[in-house]
Write a new protein. Sequence first.
Length: 230
Amino acid sequence: MTAGHHRFFTADHVYRDLVVGLLAVFCLGPILDLFFQSTKVDTYLMVAFLIFAMFEITRRRSDLMIGLALGIPAVAGGIFDAATADTPALNLGPAVLSGAFMAYLIVTILRDVFNGKRSSGEQIFGAVAAYLLLGLLFTSIYGFIALVDPNAFTVNDAIANELRSSEAERGFSLLTYFSFVTMTTLGYGDITPVSAAARGFAWFQAALGQLYIAITIATLVGNHISKRRS
């Protein structure tokens, strides 16, 4: 391979590959949902991403054991979730397992990014990947809350009518939408947290999202200046 050409799925571009995988999940979900009209589409896509993320993160020996210990149960839980009916008793376990694995991914990525040893491009991709994973982590948290308390969130009439007229509840899509709208502090108000747990995590995510951007930008700029000076 000649200089200037970069292959995907290499250890030097782990975070770029993760960002591509996450964007594929976000973009393919709504498209496939138009054809299949099923909540399981999002579940299958998340299982595929979890497998991909486990493969990428365990490239480094230091992350192999913990990555497999958290990744394999998360993948198994996702497959079980996809193969069973949507009931709280069955979905609580997969939600916890996937959330634990995503939390580990976020911590591992940010620890590596803040070390400043990666290229500037990979540091940026790592920061983006961690931000998107943070949104998905809160999706899992909100999903857990909604499973425990079905009345934890309310929706406006337009969304309620759409849910009633559709065969699929689209819980994952709605909560992912709510998660990222909350984290970016857009606050459209079409989905509202009403339980104490839902409100608590919503304001915490909103504050965390703003702090994340400020701290990450400062860290990346500091790493860049340090590299230039050295």
